[in-house]
Design a protein around this ligand. Structure first.
Ligand code: AMP
Length: 436
């Protein structure tokens, strides 16, 4: 039987791996200009970390978390018919998103405390959700995200939004390719009353709404704005809007965020029906879409002022975002945007005669010691085929090792773009290639 990968979980290799690596490099370079440093958290966390963080009522926690049991524990759960006897640390799940784990780590390692400067972290990690796989919706996907923890200053909301937009522009998107939607979801002062209003509205229209919406009305009424059903959408267009129900502080905060975005001439669409799927959001929420790509939101985020406290820390405001690598790639392909940096550092060593293979082997080692990327043929191909392979690998330079040149202590160095070539003394080769 041939082993098969799980549907919705993809192997990353070749050009996809290269694209993922360059996206991470871009994230590192860009986010560090804003003072962010990288964090990696475990792929497995206690279920409670997600339940507290993401919220019991979110789809991610209710339906999409991959639960993990060691073999022994699984037997116990089967025998008992439930997992009530398990300790919290035995109830584990693969992370469906990044924020809950990062916040857990920030609390556990006391990376921020009252009176300290905010902590700014970014990550690039695979996430796991038990969804029905389809285009742009995988069970294992990659997110690049940031968490700015320790301030409610509206400049931090504006900065993460600007950083996300800049990330897309640096990838090659044009401003006109992107739509930024923003909203404020209120906070613990104003949201409960608003949530009740929406619940009452849905229940008043229960004969016109789908079963899912009626369920949502009970557990997380704001999610009814997300229903894809055309009729529910029509009904919800009359529902009370959060923008009319913000308390003074939230309204002022939202105004400030917009004024900072205006100061940077950022265009945005205010969408009072934008509610993000995870329960932890407060105040600012945003999504970035690429309407012509047809793959849904490329990323989104917002403020989550209550989460650190929910995870056992002191009350600490925070804001962040997550961008989906696979969706971004789909959008770039749909728009014909190419990632610029091909692997133009590669040196290809071509061997004129099989008897010189040991020379090629040693030369490769000595160039690699000088930090050059070197590739050569292992299959006894003809010189012509070796040149073809060098082209295919997009080598920058081809070094031809031939008997006549070797006798003079030289090799032929060929620039693969200009096709210029010259003989170089072996002892100067590393320097000549590094200087290119
Ligand atoms: P979320 O954590 O749901 O707010 O998602 C943030 C971003 O991650 C989305 O805008 C997508 O780009 C990406 N994303 C979320 N879920 C998936 C998925 N199942 N497959 C691929 N990408 C996803």
């Amino acid at each position: 039987m041939q082993a098969k990968r799980i549907q919705g979980m993809e192997d990353l290799f070749g050009s996809a791996m290269h694209e993922w690596q360059s996206m991470k490099t871009l994230a590192h370079n860009l986010f560090s200009t804003y003072g962010f440093t990288e964090i990696e958290t475990p792929a497995l966390e206690q279920v409670d970390t997600f339940v507290h963080g993401i919220g019991q009522s979110s789809d991610v926690v209710r339906k999409e978390m991959f639960r993990v049991f060691s073999g022994g524990l699984l037997e116990r759960v089967f025998e008992q018919g439930n997992e009530t006897g398990l300790k919290a640390k035995q109830r584990m799940a693969l992370r469906p998103e990044g924020t809950a784990g990062v916040v857990r780590s920030v609390v556990e390692n006391t990376l921020v405390y009252p009176g300290s400067s905010p902590v700014k972290l970014w990550y690039a990690q695979p996430m796991f959700r038990g969804e029905r796989p389809q285009k742009g919706r995988l069970r294992q996907f990659h997110q690049i995200g940031v968490e700015f923890i320790g301030t409610s200053d509206a400049r931090s909301d504006a900065e993460v939004i600007l950083m996300a937009l800049e990330f897309f522009l640096k990838l090659g998107f044009k401003k006109s390719d992107l739509v930024l939607r923003i909203n404020s979801m209120g906070d613990t002062t104003c949201r409960p009353a608003y949530r009740d209003k929406v619940r009452s509205f849905v229940l008043e229209h229960k004969d016109e709404m789908c079963a899912d919406c009626l369920e949502r009305a009970e557990i997380n009424p704001l999610r009814t704005f997300d229903c894809k059903n055309a009729h529910c959408k029509e009904v919800m267009s009359e529902a009370p809007l959060v923008s009319d129900n913000l308390c003074e502080d939230c309204s002022e905060h939202y105004k400030q965020v917009k004024s900072y975005l205006d100061a940077m001439q950022v265009s945005y669409v205010e969408d009072p029906t934008l509610v993000r799927g995870l329960d932890y959001y407060t105040r600012t929420v945003f999504e970035i879409e690429c309407p012509n790509a047809g793959v849904g939101a490329l990323g989104g985020g917002g403020r989550y002022d209550g989460l650190v406290e929910l995870c056992g820390g002191k009350p600490t405001p925070a804001v962040g975002f997550a961008l989906g690598y696979e969706r971004i790639m789909l959008a770039m392909n749909a728009l014909g945007i190419e990632q610029h940096d091909t692997d133009d550092k590669l040196i290809y060593l071509a061997c004129v005669d099989a008897s010189l293979e040991p020379v090629v082997f040693e030369l490769a080692q000595s160039l690699r010691e000088q930090s050059l990327c070197v590739e050569y043929d292992y299959q006894g191909r003809s010189l012509k085929s070796q040149f073809k392979q060098a082209d295919k690998l997009q080598a920058r330079t081809c070094v031809v090792v031939g008997p006549d040149e070797l006798e003079r202590g030289e090799v032929l160095v060929r620039d693969m773009q200009t096709h210029e070539q010259m003989c170089v003394k072996l002892e100067n080769l590393g320097q000549a290639l590094l200087g290119d």
